[in-house]
Design a protein around this ligand. Sequence first.
Ligand SMILES: NC(=O)C1=CN([C@@H]2O[C@H](COP(=O)(O)OP(=O)(O)OC[C@H]3O[C@@H](n4cnc5c(N)ncnc54)[C@H](OP(=O)(O)O)[C@@H]3O)[C@@H](O)[C@H]2O)[C@@H](O)CC1
Ligand SMILES: [K+]
Length: 550
Amino acid sequence: MQKLNTATQMRQMDHAAMYGEYAVAPAILMENAGHAVAERAEKYIGGWLGKDVIIFCGKGNNGGDGFVIARHIQAAGARVYVYVLGCFQDYSSESRQHLETLFKLEDRETCIIVRCGDENIDWQLLKHRLQDSQIVIDAMLGTGFHGNLREPISSVTAVINEAAAASDLTVIAVDIPTGVDSDTGAVSGSQEEENGPVFADMTITFGALKRGLVFYPGRLCAGHVELDLIGMPAPLLKKSEDDPAYWLQESDISEILVPRSPDSHKGSHGTIGIVTGCSDMAGAALMAAHGAVRCGAGKVFLRVPSQTAPYCIGRQPEIMVRGIGNGSFFIEKDAEYIVSECRSWSVLAMGPGMGKNRETKKFIQYLISHTECPVVLDADALNLLTGEQNFIRSFGNRIIMTPHLAEFSRLSGYSLGEIRKDIIYAAKRFAAAWHVNLVLKGAPTVIVSAKTGNAYVNPTGNSGMACGGMGDILTGMIAAMTAHETMPDICTAASVGVYLHGAAGDYCRNHVGQYGFTPMELADAIPKVISQLGEAMAVPRLQHPMIGGR
Ligand SMILES: NC(=O)C1=CN([C@@H]2O[C@H](COP(=O)(O)OP(=O)(O)OC[C@H]3O[C@@H](n4cnc5c(N)ncnc54)[C@H](OP(=O)(O)O)[C@@H]3O)[C@@H](O)[C@H]2O)[C@@H](O)CC1
Ligand SMILES: [K+]
């Protein structure tokens, strides 16, 4: 797993490296950061020789990185224009040290330094230079950015974005694109406004991934992301932070989802009870059951209200269907029979297409309070349990709630704006208050453990999955994962389910196309995706360079 850090956590890590027992000199960390950008970007753009490059350096240490980059790429044969947006005396001592070196390398041909801290920017000249250049390096603001971009950075950002949109200029961001909040992925201004963020093709980030690089809209600004450890001492890289969050990686999943034992039997892989559906909502129930089947469940039982049963029976031979009670939705007195069945089930999943009848709420509560197995709650079960924080708290350790953002807003009482502002914070706050395992579905999905409070952010999935039924499949997948005998705990099971669900979506996007692949097609791709674990899966943009961060 990769840590997903906030700006504060990064400052603590930097501080511990420089001023703690390891005493790494600040100028060396900055040197390593600048060198990493020069080296990684060189591979990305295909070499510096003969390229015209403009580096914009802000007045903080992100700008200091820019001075180091300029020195390295001048040496590699590029012509560099360095726009120094701060005043010499205001820079940190390490940035000043690197700027002084750069002043000594200044000439008219290969290292042209523009001192903007003391004078105005010649915008016409800058626009011409942008037209004639191949690369822009954004070293204006890093983890120190807050609020909305101020001048002159907001105007510089606007001309960079304009030039990049009109040509094949490549924009490389240092640590994080200017104008992206490291903690949340929120961006300066709105995308239409002039004080919006830099849109980069590539970002090289230092020490640990920043949360803002994986949450939208910041993620859209980052392009291809690579992590460089810049010589941080290993214990600091491994140290768990307060308020931890992690970016799941394929290797985490393949370590957990070990090959099935050759002498395993259906009992080794769990008995899944899916108790859901109402009136004509048979499809949601069947999809949840199919999600479980495709995750290698030992046995899958589907229990639906008796009037729903005719639409389910015989649709899929692997699923053992039975109608319960007499009606078109579950009522409390139907629960006793399920409780007796639950004694031999590994897990119980409820919610997809279950309806909003208050009688069904009593049925769900009866089942939760009279069983002992893990319970996965989705969709209507979540809507029915809105306001039942105290009830859930008493069983929360064995419950996984899987809301999407709107369901989460109803459940938690937090507004959508409040949630989107800091998704990890909202998810952790809720999981702690309800003492429950949470899968907050979105782009990206966040999983929080009831036991540890740790957050895990899922890298897989795509917008082709934004359609009805995908969540139903996930419910069955998570249920099946909790039941595998090798699964250490239910939060891990939820993480594996979420990762595979997204990876199967990515498989469908790559093989069927982004538009119109179905939840059932996604479920059918799960076995292929599991068999490919360990090989490189074709997940675009952020995933692999970050997962394989060195
Ligand atoms: N520490 C280390 O060891 C290492 C750190 N490294 C690098 O340092 C970076 C962090 O450096 P940093 O803390 O100096 O912050 P940075 O992002 O340069 O910006 C600070 C300046 O931005 C300004 N500013 C803020 N918001 C603004 C706005 N909206 N509009 C305009 N201006 C705004 C703010 O001004 P203020 O608001 O305070 O007046 C302040 O002057 C990190 O991302 C990495 O690249 C690497 O070298 C590795 C070693
Ligand atoms: K930057």
